[in-house]
Design a protein around this ligand. Sequence first.
Ligand code: PLP
Length: 396
Amino acid sequence: MISALLPNYARLDLAFERGEGSWLWTTDGRRFLDFGSGIATASVGHANPHLVQAIAEQAAKVMHTSNLYRIPQAERLAQRLVDATFADSVFFCNSGAEANEGMIKMMRRAMSDAGKPERFRIICFEGAFHGRTLATLAATGNHHYLEGFGPEVEGFDHVPFNNMNAVRDAIGPGTCGIIVEPVQGEGGVRPADPEFLRGLRAACDEYGIILGMDEVQTGMGRTGKLFAHEWAGITPDVMSSAKGIGGGFPLGAVFAKEKYAVALKPGTHGTTYGGNPLACAAGNAVLDIILAPGFLDSVVAKGKTLRAELDRIARDFPTVFSEARGQGLLQGLKCLVPPAQVQAACAEQGLMAITAGDNVLRLAPPLVITEAEIDQAMAMLTKAAASVAASAKSAS
Ligand code: PLP
């Protein structure tokens, strides 16, 4: 008989009852160092006192009023995000997929308002992940996820990642814009070359099309800049964010330059929950932490420590890993064995890691991780890799 909780996930047999910083405790009392952060989401750590207090205080006042009325917490959060980014305006929603849906609608509508409704096609990349709604699945373009769900939403063209010639070849009279992840997260922690991102910006300017950045996984400090595209010295026209922006509280956002933001006039788009007082209280508290002086510099420094250790581990276990790759605190180890096997070996050592496409073990600790905790995690990962290497050797 089917379980009461719909079994659409292959869950590990672990349940957590409490967390503190970068640590999680299971219901049976075991302690784990969390290098997954609930899929790159618990950005300021578990039970962060500042975030907990902001949520508790707001919940005790008013959680939800709807977008029929002004929401001061959302106005404040939007202003702070506008001040810190390329954007002139921000729309709030509840998840990454919903942010991407909003971004796609904004891009198409802006082109239509500019008198070019025939330009609705969006160029996306092989290995991308943009979400599980029907349009974001079509943008993702992975046939494994699309199968059986009826006709694919029309208008998404896929080309190889990091290949500027392929992008230029794909731009046609029906092209509205491009959506790219600065680091493909689910696709296997594959960074875009900064030169490629600059090439996308130049091509969008040349052809008068819109550059959309999916920063759902890479944004809000994950790579050591507030948003990862900043490393390439460019700005997108529109951008999606979610995951770390609420620190674990569901919150998503579409950022846009005014020229594109105006496309979503009253009545064109909306959501009941999006940007409610509770979600925006959480977003403001997360932003207090991430924008505090020195915080992003510390992410850069910790990312370098983590990466140096992963490079060493990849060198020390050449039968288990072929390379380390990633940016800041979003790192991956490409595995020569099934990554789930390394993940299980890590869990035995008390380390939570996650997997990604392209045979990758993904490491995305809370941004508040300490250098000492990185050392602890790397000691656990080294032991896990040794046990995987030993079992691979005895099997051969
Ligand atoms: N975009 C990117 C780059 C993601 O990594 C994800 C989730 O992993 C999504 C979109 C979808 O976000 P959500 O699961 O919140 O809908």
